[in-house]
Design a protein around this ligand. Sequence first.
Ligand code: SAM
Length: 271
Amino acid sequence: MSELETCVAHYQPTAEHNDALWKSFGQKTDTVSFLKLHRDWVEENSWGFGDRAFHYMWYLLLRDDVLNRPSPRLLEIGVYKGQVISLWALIAQRLGQPAEIAGVSPFTGGRPRFADNRVLHRLAQIISPGYRKDVRSANLYENVSYRLAVDRIFDQFGLRSANVNLLTGYSQDETVRAQLAARSFDLIYIDGGHRYEEVAQDLSFYAPLVGPGGYLVVDDASCDLPGTAFWKGHESVSRAVADWGAPGFVNVLNIGHDRVYKRHPQESVPL
Ligand SMILES: C[S@@+](CC[C@H](N)C(=O)[O-])C[C@H]1O[C@@H](n2cnc3c(N)ncnc32)[C@H](O)[C@@H]1O
């Protein structure tokens, strides 16, 4: 049995188990030197979100399953500065396995963010319910060039030759969806727009693009999960995931606020 299979076989959605898993994955990140170096750099340079434990989660998913498939294809929705896609590329490079990596993101701050001006920030919250929702679900980003940031982290870890295709736009855009609709992925990570309706749309459109036996990982989605050691994510995201109900998938593992679903291996199971 691989370490991933053992984790899945022994997984229990209890507070004790969730806390212990999250703590041990955080520690295990430091036992693999390239994972540790990558995460240290991300933390020191504020190059991404999430927990240290996620690095080991990605390592297990890729090393013990995804990268062992013929022509593995991975997709991240919500790339920010490239922490996760560069980590996937680094793991593939270090394990000497090919991987086709795609990412969808606006690569700009997008909507206005008035965090630096308290008066405008407060005013926008009063007059705009949408802005209020974005503040609540931390859905607002600085207006900087995220494409340059992605290049920077790939350069930092010598990953320029990785097979990466970045699509600029929102995951709900018709132009983006049209480019992905006919494709199938071994792993999709949803960490884009955090409003309820954005997550609900992502789940309904992108979950069916996960191939049989593939993985869907959703970030910030553990508000209804027991545990006290880790931050559980956003109510909007957690509720969208609960309402989705994971048709055709099994929630095989949870690491903090990252929820890991595996699609049923038989094609015929409805989504
Ligand atoms: C929480 S950050 C992602 C962090 C990244 N996954 C990481 O671990 O470092 C969310 C990202 O999603 C992007 N985003 C926001 N709305 C989106 C949407 N509708 N479609 C795709 N990306 C979106 C934001 O611009 C931001 O880059």
